[in-house]
Ligand binder design. Structure first.
Ligand code: UGA
Length: 449
């Protein structure tokens, strides 16, 4: 099918690459000229396993000119960002701009389905449909060949293509049968797994068959928010249990394992530690809290998930105070800056929130990270952080190492060399990923968050 995808962020680019790989004719549109130019030259602006490979081996057209591609399209995706506004609501400017451009430029001569993939509050799909239809009618054109659907995405950074090519579920929110049929056709190669498996993106073992869930638009929008916020609160729950475990002599990692063996609970998103960050969980949790507030609906569980997550940073600081009492002039090395491993995304990282609070207390903070530092040096150029690529050098004169992102490079590091560089040999493992015995054996006092 002929697909136009508006937006070349994580969601847009990975969706476009996956759809092109499974055989569709895809054009990607973005207003950011420099991004489009680099994509045209084969330079992919984000780091994602297999993405370079798929883009190189497909024929995606990259353009800043929606007019050039819109009227051939059978399917148009809106996959632009919806970042948080200062009041917590999702900023819908990019979504509305994309919808306005579609409304102004489209001249429907065949069935076209317009799909919102961006994460938008409940009701926004319906208002986008109204605004595009109104614009088309204002242009004296017939809107009867236009169809609309909400199709939230569930991909994770770091395994975005795997999540897109081998999804657990595809949610299609529409009351329009033509839209549902067109989307079923679009996704059929994924559901039936009839495409050639790319060498760089192998399917996960024992994956269940993809489930297509057909709902109305509002339910699809709600599935997206409630899934993300549920995962966030699952993490906050284990972090709260962790505080109790510590006081009661239980080991939270054993407790999480024991819980996860119950198939109703499942082991995922039960890793206790510094808490959740990134560009999705904080934004979507805040947005859902605002949506609930607007509806005058109490959401104490969601509020608690947020509160517990913020408190994880205080827990680290309390542990430092317990060890050092006075934090002023302490040298602290943070092992990990990205919000999770296997990504170079440094936005909304809990490690950065921690670093800012430490600096307010007079601590000198040095970051080391195997992948995130080039981005961090740009994004955090104005902040008083030190950056050092080599973790062993980053440990020089350090009073404390805090492991903030569970990169495999940190798991296999020579901690004897790290220890010999440290001024005070103390470590807080805020991601529970190191062997306490090994760290203690090299002479570093080890505690878990
Ligand atoms: C998340 C969701 O997992 C995706 O399904 C969703 O599509 C995406 O948001 C989105 O809305 O775009 P992502 O933000 O890439 O994906 O990252 P996750 O792997 O979910 O991790 C989020 C945060 O939770 C990270 O900071 C991670 O360190 C933390 N986390 C995760 C824990 O602290 N413990 C865990 O057990 C798991």
């Amino acid at each position: 099918m002929k697909v136009v995808n508006i937006g070349t962020g994580y969601v847009g680019l990975n969706t476009a690459a996956a759809l092109a790989w499974i055989g569709h004719d895809v054009a990607c549109v973005d207003i950011d000229e420099s991004k489009i130019n680099s994509l045209k030259n084969g330079v992919v602006p984000i780091r994602e396993e297999g993405l370079d490979d798929l883009i190189k081996n497909t024929k995606i057209k990259f353009t800043t000119d929606l007019a050039e591609v819109i009227n051939d399209a059978e399917v148009i995706f809106i996959a632009v960002g919806t970042p948080s506004l200062p009041n917590g609501h999702a900023n819908l400017d990019y979504v509305h701009n994309a919808a306005n451009s579609i409304g102004n430029l489209i001249n429907p001569t065949h069935d076209v389905t317009i799909i919102v993939k961006s994460t938008v509050p409940i009701g926004v799909n319906s208002s986008i449909e109204d605004s595009i239809r109104n614009q088309v009618k204002l242009n004296n054109l017939d809107d009867s060949l236009l169809h609309f659907a909400s199709n939230p995405e569930f991909l994770r950074e770091g395994c975005a293509l795997s999540d897109t090519l081998y999804p657990d579920r595809i949610v299609i929110g529409t009351n329009d049968n033509t839209a549902f049929e067109m989307m079923s056709k679009l996704y059929a190669p994924l559901v039936d797994q009839t495409f050639t498996i790319p060498d760089s993106v192998q399917p996960p073992k024992d994956r269940p068959k993809t489930y297509i869930l057909h709902t109305n638009q509002a339910s699809a929008e709600m599935i997206k928010y409630s899934s993300n916020v549920f995962l966030a609160l699952k993490i906050s729950y284990i972090n709260e249990i962790s505080s109790l475990c510590e006081r009661l002599g239980a080991d939270v990692d054993d407790v999480a394992k024991g819980m996860g063996l119950d198939h109703r609970i499942a082991p995922y998103f039960l890793n206790s530690g510094l808490g959740w960050g990134g560009s999705c969980f904080p934004k979507d949790t805040l947005a859902l809290l605002q949506i609930a507030k607007d509806m005058q609906c109490d959401t104490p569980i969601i509020q608690a998930a947020w509160y517990v997550n913020e408190a994880q940073i205080d827990k680290v600081i309390n542990k430092l105070k317990y060890e050092f009492y006075e934090l002023h002039d302490l040298n602290v090395t943070l092992f990990g800056l990205t919000f999770k491993p296997n990504t170079d995304d440094v936005r909304n990282s809990p490690a950065v929130s921690l670093a800012r609070q430490l600096i307010e207390l007079g601590v000198h903070v040095t970051f080391t990270d195997p992948v995130g530092l080039p981005n961090a040096r740009k994004v955090y150029a104005d902040e008083p952080f030190e950056f050092e690529d080599d973790p062993i050098k980053a440990s020089l004169d350090s009073d404390c190492i805090i492991l903030t992102t569970e990169w495999k490079q940190f798991k296999s590091l020579d901690y004897k060399a790290v220890a010999s560089n440290m001024r005070h040999k103390f470590m807080i493992d805020a991601r529970h990923c190191l062997d306490p015995k090994y760290i203690n054996d090299v002479g570093i006092k080890y505690i878990k968050l």
